[in-house]
Design a protein around this ligand. Structure first.
Ligand SMILES: NC(=O)C1=CN([C@@H]2O[C@H](COP(=O)(O)OP(=O)(O)OC[C@H]3O[C@@H](n4cnc5c(N)ncnc54)[C@H](O)[C@@H]3O)[C@@H](O)[C@H]2O)C=CC1
Ligand SMILES: O=C([O-])CC(=O)C(=O)O
Length: 339
């Protein structure tokens, strides 16, 4: 039997343990880039982050010196572009975000980035598997449909793959989906929660309006779906050769990291859409798929099924699955041929 005093002491200790868990190291690889800088800024503003480790092949110590002056409690450190700098940046990380790699220019698809970004992500994944094998790995670098399988293959080859801790960040698709529908309906996007499933490029992005009680038809529905699927192209064209979405992506990446931290720190019912190793369409040869995922202290807690959809949405999903299988196989093949 415990005395009231002992119970109180235990509660206090648990309180401390909870706040100890609330000290989390977050690492950004590609931290000096168009996404990396604002993403690092937003992470510095997040009180759940205790240490922020910034790594890039250029400028990370400069970005860290700048962000480090912001008067929030977390410690910020920038690392030199050396193997030991990368190792130090990764050691002890709870979350590793990877926005390293080249962005699109007008006229390119995300798949056109494969030749450059596949090897960048493969090499960073190798370092993460060696120095942060238990971290949650959040892949932002495109093409996400292929870079997630690339990362999985690297982790598998090193014997440390945990499918519950690898995430393709597709948050920007749902951010756009809710913003674009709010523009049509004249509502507050904060109240618009649109499910988006599939992958993260063109036809593999499938918004499921019917599940949100929104009833668009004909050309209005088609143009909405097109805008969500090709929202990235809208930004690429507007930036006219100077890159792709960076600021909205930073917000989306920071939101996803925040959700993981909340879930790790004990919050229940934290659900985000994300591209993960998923049982939903494995029987059709699609090993990874984005759907709503409940997050928990171990990463993926529960993968939600797609649920009831309309015939129109089923047609979109059929096209998505075909494209997705090709993108995934390309990533797997790359690592097998270029280990
Ligand atoms: N998942 C998503 O929803 C989105 C993904 N993206 C993707 O994110 C990636 C980055 O985009 P931006 O930040 O605009 O590009 P950026 O060119 O502005 O920044 C990329 C950064 O990565 C760094 N980098 C390159 N190789 C590296 C390596 N081996 N190790 C560490 N850092 C390295 C570069 O020095 C640069 O600072 C692109 O592939 C882009 O397509 C962009 C928007 C949305
Ligand atoms: O469109 C791109 O290349 C960048 C991206 O993934 C997005 O904005 O969704």
């Amino acid at each position: 039997m415990f005395t009231a005093r002992q119970i109180f002491a235990q509660v206090q200790r648990r309180g401390f343990a909870a706040s100890a868990r609330q000290s989390s190291k977050v690492t950004v690889l590609g931290a000096a880039g168009g996404i990396g800088q604002p993403l690092s800024l937003l992470l510095k503003l997040n009180p759940r982050v205790s240490q922020l480790a910034l790594y890039d092949i250029r400028l990370a110590p400069g970005v860290a010196a700048d962000i480090g002056h912001i008067n929030t409690k977390s410690e910020v450190r920038g690392y030199d572009p050396t193997p030991s700098g990368l190792a130090e940046a990764l050691k002890g990380a709870e979350i590793v975000l990877i926005p390293a790699g080249v962005p699109r220019k007008p006229g390119m698809t995300r798949d056109d980035l494969f030749n450059t970004n596949a090897s960048i992500v493969r090499d960073l994944a190798k370092a993460a598997a060696d120095h942060a094998p238990e971290a949650n790995i959040l892949i932002i670098s495109n093409p996400v449909n292929s870079t997630v399988p690339i990362t999985a293959e690297v982790f598998k080859s090193k014997g440390v793959y945990n499918p519950k801790r690898l995430f393709g960040v597709t948050t920007l698709d749902v951010v756009r989906a809710s913003r674009f529908i709010s523009q049509i309906k004249g509502t507050d996007p904060a109240n618009e929660n649109i499910t988006v499933v599939g992958g993260h490029s063109g036809a593999t992005i499938v918004p499921l309006l019917s599940q949100s009680g929104v009833n668009l038809e004909g050309e209005q529905l088609d143009s909405y779906v097109r805008r969500v699927q090709f929202g990235g192209d809208e930004v690429v064209q507007a930036k006219d050769g100077a890159g792709s979405a960076t600021l909205s992506m930073a917000m989306a990446g920071a939101r996803f990291a925040e959700s993981l931290l909340k879930a790790a720190q004990g919050q229940k019912n934290v659900i985000e859409p994300t591209f993960v190793d998923s049982p939903l369409y494995k029987d059709q040869g699609v090993e990874y798929f984005a759907s709503n995922v409940e997050l928990g202290p171990n990463g993926v807690e529960k993968i939600h099924p797609v649920g009831k959809i309309t015939d129109h949405e089923q047609k979109l999903l059929d096209v998505c699955l075909k494209d997705l299988a090709g993108n995934i196989n390309k990533g797997v093949k790359f690592v097998k041929e270029n280990p």
